[in-house]
Design a protein around this ligand. Structure first.
Ligand code: MSP
Length: 519
């Protein structure tokens, strides 16, 4: 059985409010998933929630709820958030699910049996108020502790550690030998720089249950739970294992998984993550998998962080963008378009309401929307909505745009793909200005020329719908509906010229992106 293209997002902390950064990551992943399906690929797209840890335990307590009840209520909001962004995920994992906990425990058992862990004493300064160990970096320059930490005590605690030292050399070699493993290149260089210049310290993988109860119990030492990152990263693996995926299940030993007719997914093809969590994914995660003896993920695609008006997103200062409010005001596809068009995968980005409005009006309303609107209107007005003979005047320009778009999509260059698509939008709008169908319509001797122009316009609109499907699926379907095109725009092979058939009738025009006056 062939393997599905396995794509993941980071799993979000359940107790944080869904914001622009979370929405961006999900939309980018969704465009990648849809574009792969559109090109005939079989995709498994996973997203979900990270639900254990100190903060969840504390917040639940403050609300007088059990941590599980607290997570269950928030998980509903997150699922709703994902649905309202039009995300086409195939599964949604919560780290409190038994299918996940079982796998985390099986991994711990296996790695413990093979001597990857040891128990040791840790001596450090502990903030009682924040319930966390502090490092030297947390100290004031004069050696005192900031009052925000409350009482700071020197504490000795035993914990479990994962031996990382033996993995450093092969990991460097792996990253060097596989340039596509960490993208973009600047991030890859950052990880290599870190690995070449510093000796990896062992990773603490436990917390005493007396201090943190809300975690997955360590099977070989009941007084402890797993450290949240050891738990969270495993989500990418526990889902394939619970589907009976052979490559993922084999190393865990035990009885063979129940026979499954689900197509295998392991290893992941793309982990889409933000820059802040690259080290966990580029260092700890490959080491965990290598220690288990499973094939490594193929790519860590690392995006930058959004700011708003040049400042950090922050709930406390009110510097936020509420994605669902934007969707309610401007429509889902306007939101999806702006975030992907504005910010390439890699650098940091800056949201401004003004920039959003400008792109909405210029590129969506006056660019794409106007092209479709006038093409459909003119065909209805001048030809009673009946499609004329096939003409190929714009077919070469269209083929170029299709070729460029597909090659950008294959390389996950989503912003470049939109630029190529809009070069076709602009070409077609220019074609209207140059050919002046409204003048041709007044001259009966130009009837054949008018037929040609009208065919080229509606056919370009149809192909634009196909190119746009991964990005703006709702808009793409609306275009197909107005053109009464047969089939659906969700397959890239429908981007071949000549799909609209002479003699067929199109539907009525309806604005895709109603114009909004600039304030
Ligand atoms: N739970 C961990 C991830 C575990 S993955 C095994 C976590 N959660 S998070 O909710 O804080 O972040 C989820 C994702 O959102 C991360 O990839 C993070 O980089 C991304 N973003 C959070 N804020 C962001 C911006 N301001 N801009 C863009 N993405 C940002 O980390």
């Amino acid at each position: 059985m062939s393997k599905r293209f396995f794509l993941t997002t980071a799993i979000d902390y359940v107790n944080g409010a869904p914001h622009l950064g979370h929405a961006y990551e999900k939309v980018v992943a969704d465009v990648i998933a849809r574009s792969c399906r559109s090109r005939g690929g079989s995709v498994f797209f996973l997203t979900g929630l990270d639900e254990h840890g100190q903060k969840v335990q504390q917040a639940a307590q403050e609300q007088g709820k059990s941590p599980q009840e607290y997570c269950d209520a928030l998980a509903e909001q997150w699922r709703d958030f994902v649905a309202r962004l039009g995300i086409s995920n195939d599964d949604f994992i919560r780290t409190t699910e038994p299918r996940h906990q079982r796998v985390v425990q099986a991994i711990l058992t296996r790695l413990h049996a093979e001597d990857h862990f040891y128990k040791a004493e840790y001596r450090g300064f502990y903030s009682v108020r924040e319930e966390t160990f502090l490092t030297e970096k947390d100290r004031n320059p004069d050696g005192t502790w900031d009052p925000k930490w409350g009482t700071v005590n020197e504490l000795v605690e035993e914990n479990w550690y994962f031996r990382l030292g033996r993995h450093q050399a092969w990991l460097i070699e792996h990253i060097e030998a596989n340039p596509g493993f960490i993208e973009p290149e600047t991030r890859r260089n950052e990880v290599l720089g870190f690995l070449r210049s510093q000796t990896l310290g062992d990773l603490c993988i436990s917390r005493p249950a007396s201090r943190l109860a809300w975690g997955i119990p360590i099977p070989f030492d009941p007084g402890y739970v797993t450290y949240v990152w050891f738990d969270a990263l495993v989500n990418y693996f526990s889902v394939p294992v619970s589907r009976g995926d052979p490559a993922a299940s084999a190393p865990l030993g035990g009885p063979p998984p129940a026979p499954s007719d689900l197509e295998p997914v392991w290893p992941p093809d793309v982990h889409l993550i933000g820059k802040d969590i690259l080290k966990f994914h580029a260092v700890y995660w490959p080491i965990m998998l290598r220690a288990l003896g499973v094939p490594l993920p193929r790519k860590l695609l690392t995006h930058g962080w959004w700011q708003k008006d040049g400042a950090k997103l922050s709930k406390s200062t009110g510097n936020v963008v509420d994605p669902l409010a934007v969707v309610a005001e401007w429509g889902l596809d306007a939101f999806r378009y702006y975030v992907v068009r504005e910010l390439d995968i890699g650098p940091d980005g800056n949201w401004t309401d003004e920039g959003f409005r400008v792109r909405y009006n210029a590129e969506l309303a006056n660019g794409l929307g106007n092209l479709l609107n006038r093409s459909v209107n003119m065909l209805n007005r001048y030809r009673g909505g009946v499609i004329p003979q096939v003409s190929t005047e714009l077919s070469a320009d269209t083929e170029t745009a299709v070729r460029e778009t597909v090659s950008h999509l294959e390389a996950h260059r989503l912003q470049d793909a939109l630029v190529s698509i809009w070069s076709l939008v602009n070409r077609a709008n220019l074609y209207v200005e140059q050919t002046r169908p409204f003048s041709l319509a007044k001259d009966p001797s130009q009837a054949a020329r008018l037929d040609e122009v009208l065919y080229n316009l509606v056919e370009v609109c149809r192909i634009l719908a196909v190119l746009l499907w991964p990005f703006l699926p709702g808009t793409s379907e609306k275009i197909y509906l107005q053109l009464q095109a047969s089939g659906s725009p969700d397959r890239m092979d429908r981007a071949a010229w000549g799909g609209l058939k002479p003699g067929d009738r199109i539907g009525a025009a309806e604005p895709l992106f109603p114009r909004k006056d600039l304030k």
